[in-house]
Design a protein around this ligand. Sequence first.
Ligand code: ZN
Length: 570
Amino acid sequence: MKSLSTLAWSFTLFLFLVEPTHSQVFKEPGKQVSSASLRAKIDCFAPTEVTANVSRLPEAEQKALAKIVDAARLMDPLFLRQVWSGNVEMAKTLEKDGSPIGRERLHAFRINVGPWSRLDDNEPFLAGAPAKKPKSAAFYPEDMTKDEFEKWVVSLPDSEKEKARGFFHVIRRDPQGKLILVPYSKEYREFLEPAAKLLKEAALLTANPTLKNYLTKRADAFSSDDYYASDVAWMELDASIDPTVGPYETYEDELFGYKTAFEAFVTLKDEAESSKLARFSGHLQDLENNLPIEARYRNPKLGSIAPIRVVDVVFTAGDGNRGVQTAAFNLPNDERVTREKGSKRVMLKNVQEAKFKKILVPIVERVLAKDLRPDISFDAFFTHILAHELIHGLGPHDLKVGERSTNVRQQLKDLYSPFEEAKADITGLWALQHLIDKGVLDRKLEKEMYVTFLASSFRSVRFGINEAHGKGVALIFNILTDDGAFKVDQATGLFRVDATRVKEAVARLTGRLLTVEAEGSYDKAKDLLARYGVLRPEMKKALDRLGDVPVDIEPRFTAADAISRPLVLR
Ligand code: ZN
């Protein structure tokens, strides 16, 4: 699973009563949009250098890294083919047009990896594009209906059924028009064979055994379609170079959500942040023991927390580099692996920093009282994100409601996501304050974290409160405002933190949300979200001032380009 952190991504699953047939898909082709509107779409993404300190690696590791980036580059043309069967032809046509508008069309096409604007509910922006982005992507025949697929699957032997609904086979038609299974290794051989070769060359270069193991097993998976061993090796990876290359997320398959898209995140481990995390982790039980809730709701013995890695991106490709940039991800998705080995959360620190500079800083200049602006800091921003992630593991989880054993997720049902996100955000602030008061964290963080949180609230709710994180942030923002911790100057519409009230207000709200979770009360959660998970006029007015702030970044991978040549092939 990915988080994008700018939350522009709509996770809405549209329910179509009738799946469009092939001819319907093409009936109303996308209109060529004007140059100005194309430019506006491109300008939503601020070009930004994303780089990492490669020179600190020993020479052999640098060479291995270059090979891994070379392999990762192959995920771009592969993913291009997965998005839409017409993508390669369209890319070729666009590349031939050297006029200024032609170059802008190609630019917008590259950002979106296709002719549909991912920020605008996949609205087409190029002539010749189908009016609707095919939900089947290029994983299934475009004229196949859900019904045809289901009937076919039922007729298959069990092992084939699993493949049909599995991650690693596309569905095609034989010459008679019958549906058939084609393994990824065959469908994408043109890219997977050279990628496997490069990963194996990198495995020979690196001195780190866990990296060698992952690269070798992942290369084997590209020809066997069995990713289990390499997913396990990924969980055990402990090296300066931390790559993630392969078929992972299923968002692109909007028909069933079965088929994985290829992506690459080639990253370097951030040693300083990793040690900060380790320092935090040592205080988790102490935090739990001091949560501002009734003692009986605290957990006297916390279980182990899923590992978190902080890394800097050197290069991303494929599904990992289209539209809004991924800020963090949780993998693997294969339940066979997560049952045995758990999953790992990877936080892309330099991507988050780029978003902070290009998006949050301009927002601050439009919404925050002038005298507070110098208190905005990336360190406070990122430290709170780390705290948020760790806090998901704290507080009530397994519950007894009456005689019945249950858990918070089951009790809160559809409200769980926004509520749990709000809990992690507010308890994250409370936890940092606790560690500051104990002298574990620098006192300087105190002012910075509240001001930075206030400013970043506007970023979170900017794209609406229908998404879990945006709704959770609106809830916190409104309750803290009512409690006097946040204030708006009616004349200027600028916001500020009341330093004399914020600490107690945060502790009160932490206790309130954690108690609702401990009671497993759906009704109380519903009431809170209905009353506070809304956009009030002051906030809406502030959001209206953010129109010209970019939505996300368009990364330029300068460190990767210095060690590995960009591909020319499509
Ligand atoms: Zn969260």
